[in-house]
Design a protein around this ligand. Structure first.
Ligand code: FNR
Length: 189
């Protein structure tokens, strides 16, 4: 079985982020052949095409980290029925300069948690539209809209509900299968 490097984005900059806790849970429940590295977004300046000829160190480090990944995972809240600006800014940096889009053919999956009943569903659709334009190879199913009720997760990422743990474990298994399928057809150079 091949080992795959998964770079993951946490869309929230909150020190108490439930999506960061969710990312810990996903890593705990993932198949052992997936290895995880966070793709940091909180240190990025705002994107401007003025930088396209010479990327600053932090955005260049982001692009290098994505290039070192076999797949990307987005774990994000929904902000105003879309995605947080910090995450969109990171995607914009990674998608440029023109012709050097870091997401081209990249296996990708999207998941998110909110306290609300629809569990980031609308935000995820917004993110999927962005990733489609970036030509990422998205896992279309299963979808995962997590309603984060009090006590569902411990801060270390333990899941205190068996059916949720089973669902998240299946999601990560499917993501592992998706990565293998995509890379079989579209190996990373
Ligand atoms: C929110 N929240 C929110 N929730 C939701 O279900 N749909 C939404 O559109 C929004 N919009 C929104 C905008 C802004 C600016 C904030 C700060 C919050 C609530 C959000 O789901 C909640 O704060 C989560 O806890 C955010 O995730 P993290 O930061 O805890 O990972």
């Amino acid at each position: 079985m091949s080992t795959y490097q998964v770079g993951y984005f946490v869309g929230s900059l909150s020190s108490t982020s439930i999506n960061r806790v969710l990312s810990r849970a996903l890593i705990r429940l993932a198949p052992k052949n997936l290895e995880f590295t966070e793709l940091t977004i909180g240190n990025l300046p705002l994107y401007s095409p003025d930088h396209d000829t010479r990327y600053p160190p932090a955005p260049q480090a982001l692009k290098d980290a994505i290039a070192a990944s076999d797949a990307v995972l987005f774990v994000t809240p929904e902000y105003n029925r879309s995605i947080p600006g910090a995450l969109k800014n990171a995607i914009d940096w990674a998608s440029r300069p023109w012709g050097q889009n870091s997401f081209d053919h990249m296996p990708a999956a999207v998941i998110g948690a909110s306290p609300g009943a629809i569990g980031t569903a609308v935000g995820q659709q917004s993110l999927r539209a962005v990733l489609s334009f970036c030509n990422a190879r998205q896992m279309t199913a299963p979808e995962a809209y997590i309603t984060a009720t009090p006590g569902l997760f411990s801060t270390g990422g333990e899941v205190n509900d068996d059916s949720t743990a089973s669902f998240l474990g299946d999601f990560m298994q499917e993501f592992g299968d998706h990565i293998e399928r995509v890379l079989t057809v579209l190996p990373r150079s």
